[in-house]
Design a protein around this ligand. Structure first.
Ligand code: ADP
Ligand code: ASP
Ligand code: MG
Length: 466
């Protein structure tokens, strides 16, 4: 069995849905196939803004809803002959009516809880799957819509629910093995044991595909998007970026964790566990070979053959908290306290460094989380501040984490030297540096204004074709 996942970029309109169906049809002629779909392009964002408008009591949500309805109805008119359009439109219209009722409820009570927002967002994937399944069937394909809420079991942390793998795998195996045709599963959504709708995090359809693949013990999980594969850097920042033919799971995880949006970082977890390769493909250019993500083969490293560095990724909008003070020196458990207070607040640390003198600890956070971290730390460490064991906290905003990643970096001397001299020559100031002991990743923090020159300089230094 093969799992084919198509993102919003591959489902922008009727024409794109037709191309996707073509790809699925070819795959299904050779193998058993399960298809995982995102919402149509932009629909999740529209659903979120509709919810926010309704919550504020503005009837602007009605215009947004019309936009969502219009996208799906236009696609039906493009895909189906006039005589078949009414039958295809009816289930979509019913779903849009239900969506409108929920939004109206939000408008009345002026409140949209995370639980309600998950229910609202689930309509994006459910609408696109309803539409695409109907089109596949109209083309004579044996497609069956399977509600992801009957397959993916999660906890109730709405917005980024954790998946219960054992329960989900049991259900996926039982349900999908009974389907002979093409199962079409909405990405991004799941449900609690009690059946309450949840979502597993933005961009999460990649992760759904991987869970379905692992549960069904697929031979391959294919992520179809709008670029030819995982590129050596974000193509919008580095025009010379090229497709990496092969990546190890770990490299893919590091690249995606540090900002390569093309694949959700959790996607690799179920795939690694069951040893299933992932293939990143372009639905606009299906004949391109794509990027294969699999276990490192140990020979040439994984990615750009013979190179130390495989790829570069970056996370914009990060902020940094510096904790300074001689009083932290030698106090056991100080770092543990910091971690637990931040964990309690639900703040994720994306990078941490501590100078060996223990005079400063530096923590890096995603956009918007630095302020919360600072408030929580100020509260937790009041006594230390009063007694001057900590001299000061400092929050620096508008920063960028850059990560240079490669299996072959391990044991290759001189990488850090080349990296930081290249940045120095380009006049880029580096605030913090961290390297994991796996030596697969060097990450550092710079000012956001240096984004483009820094990435282009590093790409030229390590990944130029010359
Ligand atoms: P989908 O809708 O298929 O899930 P996404 O928009 O989530 O697609 O991801 C694909 C986009 O990721 C590409 O269009 C590209 O702009 C961006 N991107 C960022 N970094 C990379 C990278 N290293 N390789 C490929 N694409 C990248
Ligand atoms: N539709 C969801 C989002 O926009 C999930 C996905 O596209 O992967 O985040
Ligand atoms: Mg995506």
């Amino acid at each position: 069995m093969r799992v084919l996942k198509f993102g919003g970029s591959s489902l922008a309109d009727g024409e794109r849905i037709r191309s996707v169906t073509e790809v699925v049809s070819q795959a299904a002629s050779a193998d058993r196939v399960s298809v995982v779909l995102s919402a149509m392009k932009g629909v999740t964002d529209l659903l979120i803004s509709a919810a926010r408008q309704a919550e504020e009591g503005s009837d602007g949500f009605k215009t947004i809803l019309e936009n969502i309805r219009g996208k799906h109805f236009d696609a039906v008119r493009f895909l189906f002959p006039p005589a078949d359009q009414a039958a295809a439109l009816t289930p979509l219209a019913l779903m849009c009516n239900e969506l409108e009722e929920i939004l109206h409820g939000v408008e009345l009570i002026r409140e949209c809880s995370p639980r309600t927002l998950d229910l609202l967002m689930s309509f994006g994937e459910r609408l696109s799957c309803q539409l695409t399944t109907a089109y596949m069937r109209a083309r004579g394909m044996e497609a069956i819509l399977v509600d992801a809420r009957e397959l993916i079991v999660t906890n109730d942390r709405f917005g980024s629910a954790s998946v219960n793998f054992d329960r989900s795998y049991q259900r996926i195996e039982a349900r999908l093995s009974a389907i002979r045709g093409i199962s079409v599963v909405p990405g991004f959504i799941g449900a609690t044991e009690k059946g309450v709708t949840t979502t597993i995090g933005r961009n999460g359809s990649d992760y759904t595909a991987s869970i379905i693949g692992a549960g069904a013990r697929a031979g391959m999980i294919e992520i179809w998007t709008d670029v030819d594969g995982v590129l050596s850097a974000d193509p919008r920042v580095v025009p010379d970026a090229f497709v990496i033919p092969r990546l190890s799971y770990e490299e893919a995880m590091e690249l995606s964790f540090f900002g390569a949006k093309v694949i959700h970082p959790y996607t690799m977890v179920p795939a690694v566990e069951r040893g299933i390769p992932l293939l990143i493909k372009n639905s606009l250019n299906p004949s391109a070979p794509g990027t294969l993500i699999a276990a490192a083969d140990g020979s040439e490293g994984a990615g750009a053959v013979g190179r130390a560095v495989t790829g570069i990724a970056s996370i914009p909008g990060v902020s940094l908290v510096n904790i300074e003070g001689g009083g932290m020196m030698g106090i056991p458990g100080f770092a543990a306290r910091i971690f637990s207070v931040l964990a309690r607040e639900g703040v994720n640390i994306i990078m941490i460094t501590q100078a060996s003198s223990e005079h400063t600890i530096c923590l890096v956070f995603r956009a918007g989380e630095g302020e919360r971290a600072l408030a929580a730390l100020n509260h937790e460490l009041t006594l230390e501040l009063e007694t001057r064991r900590i001299e000061r906290f400092e929050l620096i905003r508008d920063l960028l984490v850059v990560s240079v990643i490669g299996e072959n970096m391990a044991g290759t001397p001189g990488i850090a030297g080349r990296l930081f001299s290249a940045l120095g020559e380009a006049g880029v100031n580096v605030l913090v540096i961290a390297q994991g002991s796996s030596e697969r990743n060097i990450s550092f923090v710079i000012e956001e204004k240096d984004h483009v020159p820094a990435l282009r300089t590093i790409h030229k230094a390590f990944l130029s074709h010359a």
